[in-house]
Design a protein around this ligand. Structure first.
Ligand code: URA
Length: 252
């Protein structure tokens, strides 16, 4: 693929801007300036720098973000900064045929919730991960206001009724790891689900952190606000998570 086209697909600007970046000598591969916008490169594994920013070619972008507290998952946040401001601009500007440009979060976390968030520009992947048929288990570390008792755990596992749906929602797994620390696994993603489930059993969420989505755990060395590309094997494991995650069988 031509280098100016490569830059365009990766979100470095319009085709004209990308050709200009090359002509101005701002693009390098393997340490050498690429001067000709028409120069062809094999895209697989290609690394380059644009104005000193290192980049690796990805046909589709799949990434994970350690969402910090005090950020909103919306492109147009109402009160707190958007999580999208934590990403470099090429990820926000990647062209996407016929769809919204840039990567999109797969589902949302509340502004005060921290932890693992996936983002991609692959519309099919967003659809698949969000589909009711694809109940990927999500693990939450929940800090509670009151001590958790066995009755609360039993009720969360048996199912509680939330105000907008007569069908009970239940935790696929639920374990009190400390008096005020619950590890809760859900296979659905209703609005404020964890907070509403805890309220329904007479407790209250004081802190909420998502530590895992299916086979993918939040890496311990990824600080709040940092992001990372997913490896192809991790994307594949998420795609096929349903078959390999026994908790899914507990969902209705
Ligand atoms: N449940 C909630 O209540 N909030 C979140 O952010 C995620 C799950």
């Amino acid at each position: 693929m031509r280098i100016d086209e490569i830059l365009y697909t990766q979100g470095f600007g319009t085709r004209r801007v990308c050709a200009g970046l090359v002509q101005q000598g701002l693009v390098r591969t393997a340490g050498a300036v690429v001067a000709d916008p028409a120069a062809e490169f094999e895209t697989e594994g290609l690394r380059f720098t644009v104005q000193g920013t290192e980049w690796e070619y990805h046909e589709k972008a799949y990434l994970l973000l350690h969402k910090p507290a005090g950020t909103e998952c919306s492109q147009k946040p109402s009160t707190y900064p958007s999580i999208y401001t934590l990403l470099p601009s090429p990820l926000r500007l990647r062209p996407n045929k016929g769809a919204v440009q840039g990567v999109q979060a797969i589902g949302r976390l509340d502004q005060d919730t921290t932890g693992l968030l996936l983002l991609t520009d692959d519309g099919q992947f967003i659809h698949r991960m969000g589909s009711p048929k694809h109940h990927v288990p999500k693990v939450y570390e929940v800090g509670t206001k009151h001590a958790i008792d066995d009755t609360q755990v039993a009720r969360l596992l048996a199912g509680v009724v939330l105000d907008d749906d007569p069908r009970p929602v239940r935790a696929a797994a639920c374990e009190a790891v400390a008096p005020q620390h619950l590890r809760l696994t859900l296979t659905e993603g209703k609005y404020h689900q964890v907070k509403r489930m805890l309220a329904a059993v007479g407790n209250r969420v004081e802190s909420l952190h998502r530590s895992r989505i299916g086979p993918l755990a939040l890496p311990e060395d990824l600080a709040p606000g940092q992001w990372r590309w997913l490896e192809p094997a991790q994307v594949e494991a998420l795609r096929t998570a349903r078959a390999s995650q026994p908790e899914n069988r507990l969902s209705r």
